[in-house]
Design a protein. Structure first.
Length: 92
């Protein structure tokens, strides 16, 4: 994430690491015969953490494109409005 400021990147990484830890919990619960309620609760937490990380990534890209569209066009992974829209919809 080239265009993310350090604080945004830190927040995204924290969410992804939290999701990884929660996914490890889901896997352990399934392997150890955990209750359906516990597995689904942990799985929902993983999903929420991933969604929030994704929305933060897309919103950061949108912010960057809006504030500096000329510079964004020069960046290798510069996204068009249509691409941002598709990414946003992919998360919903």
């Amino acid at each position: 994430m080239r265009n993310a400021d350090p604080e945004t990147q830190r927040r995204i990484l924290n969410r992804l690491k939290r999701a990884r830890g929660q996914l490890d919990g889901v896997i352990a619960a399934v392997e150890n015969g955990g209750s359906c309620r516990d597995v689904v609760t942990q799985l929902a937490a993983v999903s929420t953490a991933l969604d929030r990380a994704g929305f933060t990534i897309v919103s950061n890209a949108m912010k960057y494109c809006i504030t500096d569209p000329e510079e964004t066009a020069k960046v290798e992974d510069g996204l068009t409005t249509e691409e941002l829209e598709k990414l946003f919809l992919a998360l919903s």
